[in-house]
Design a protein around this ligand. Structure first.
Ligand SMILES: O=C(O)C(=O)CO
Length: 343
C-alpha cells in the first residue's frame, strides 16, 4: 500500500476547527503538527532524515500575522532553499500574500494558495467602521464617556456626517468593492477609485457607479476620505506620502488603511495630520507592526486597531474551508483550487 502523503499543519492559536472534515482528510494524509521554536529549527527538520524531510504540503491555518508562530517567516527564501523536493503545495489562510516569496516558490515548482474572499466581509466591515470613525471620531467619544465626559462636547462642531461626501478607494479588488458598496449603502457616500486600470465590472456593482482615476493625485484632490485596499508590492510602498497629502482638498482628507501599513509613509501622515491636511485617520495596519506610531497614538482624531480587520469566527471558518478545499483538490488532481501562482 502506498504511504500516505505527509502534511505539515502550522496551527494558529485562534482557529475554527471543522473536526469531521479534518478527520476525513486524516484518512488520506498523515498530519504533522508544526512545533518548532525557531525558523532555524524548522530548517533543521527539513533536512534529509529530519521529521519534515518528506512533507508534500504545508497548511497554515491562521493567517501570517496571527498565532504563536507569527514571527516565523517560513515561506521566505531563507527556508525555501531548504524545502525537500517532495513539497509541492503551501496553503495559507488570509488574503494578502506579501509575506511569502512567491517568485522563489514558483521557481521551485510549489503552488502557493491564499484564501480569496474568505475574509472579504470581515475586512470590509472593519473598513466601513474606520471610514465612519474618520468622520465622526467615535473612538475618541468612547474615551470621553469613560474618562472625561465634558471633552466630548467639542465633537458637535468637529465631527462631520459622510452622506454625500466622496470616498476614494485605492485598489478596487474584492475588498475595495465591498467597502465601497457598504459606504455607499450605509453612509450615502459617492465613490471614486484609483488603480492601474478602469474596472467597469466594479463600477456596475455600485448603485451610483464610481468615478475612475488613473492618477492618484487627481483623485486625492476631489475625495473627502481615502481608503487603502491595494496589495503591498514594491510599487505601492509609500504610495501615500508627503506629495499625496499635499494634494488633498483644502477641507481636509480622512485616511483609512485596512491593507498593509507600509503603503502609507507614517511620518508623512503624522506631518499631514499636524498641518491639518489630514483631519481624520482610521488604521488597522501600521508601518512597523506591532509598533504603533507614538504621535498617532496620542492624537484624538486617530482610530487605531491592531491588525484585526480579518478577525471573526466567520473568517476563520472560511479560511479553514478554503485550505481544505485546496488540499483536497491538489490530492485529487495535482492542482489546488485557488493558487496565486502557476507552476
Ligand atoms: O488576510 C490578510 O492578508 C489580512 O491582513 C487581513 O487583515
Amino acid at each position: 500500500m502506498a504511504e500516505k502523503p505527509s502534511v505539515l499543519l502550522i496551527e494558529s492559536s485562534v482557529q475554527h476547527i471543522d473536526h469531521p472534515r479534518r478527520q476525513a482528510l486524516s484518512e488520506n494524509v498523515n498530519f504533522l503538527i508544526y512545533d518548532c521554536s525557531s525558523v532555524d529549527e524548522f530548517i533543521h527538520r527539513l533536512q534529509p532524515g529530519g521529521t519534515y524531510s518528506n512533507i508534500t504540503a504545508i497548511i497554515r491555518t491562521g493567517w501570517l500575522k496571527a498565532g504563536p508562530y507569527a514571527s516565523h517567516l517560513v515561506f521566505t527564501n531563507k527556508s525555501i532553499v531548504h524545502y525537500p523536493p517532495s513539497l509541492k503545495l503551501i496553503c495559507c489562510s488570509g488574503h494578502g500574500y506579501d509575506a511569502a516569496d512567491i517568485e522563489a516558490l514558483t521557481a521551485r515548482g510549489i503552488w502557493y494558495c491564499n484564501t480569496p474572499n474568505a475574509c472579504t466581509e470581515a475586512v470590509a466591515n472593519t473598513g466601513l467602521s474606520l471610514v465612519l470613525e474618520s468622520f465622526r471620531y467615535l473612538s475618541y467619544a468612547q474615551w470621553c464617556a469613560r474618562f472625561d465626559w465634558q471633552k466630548s462636547r467639542e465633537l458637535g462642531t468637529k465631527a462631520v456626517d459622510p452622506a454625500g461626501m466622496v470616498l476614494g478607494v485605492i485598489g478596487m479588488g474584492d475588498i475595495g468593492i465591498a467597502i465601497a458598496q457598504k459606504c455607499e449603502a450605509a453612509l450615502g457616500m459617492k465613490i471614486a477609485y484609483q488603480g492601474p486600470r478602469r474596472k467597469p465590472d466594479a463600477e456596475a456593482k455600485l448603485k451610483g457607479g464610481a468615478q475612475y482615476y488613473l492618477d492618484l493625485l487627481e483623485m486625492l484632490s476631489v475625495v473627502d476620505c481615502v481608503v487603502v485596499a491595494a496589495p503591498y508590492t514594491p510599487s505601492t510602498h509609500h504610495l501615500l506620502s508627503q506629495r499625496e497629502f499635499r494634494a488633498a482638498k483644502k477641507t481636509g482628507l480622512r485616511v483609512v488603511n485596512i491593507a498593509r501599513g507600509k503603503i502609507i509613509d507614517e511620518e508623512a501622515l503624522v506631518s499631514a495630520l499636524e498641518a491639518g491636511q489630514v483631519v481624520g485617520i482610521g488604521l488597522d495596519v501600521h508601518e512597523n507592526e506591532p509598533k504603533v506610531h507614538d504621535k498617532l497614538r496620542e492624537n484624538w482624531m486617530v482610530t487605531l486597531l491592531p491588525h484585526i480587520a480579518v478577525c471573526s469566527d466567520t473568517s476563520w471558518a472560511n479560511f479553514e474551508a478554503g485550505n481544505w478545499s485546496n488540499l483536497e483538490s491538489f490530492l485529487e488532481s495535482g492542482k489546488p483550487e485557488t493558487p496565486v501562482n502557476q507552476v
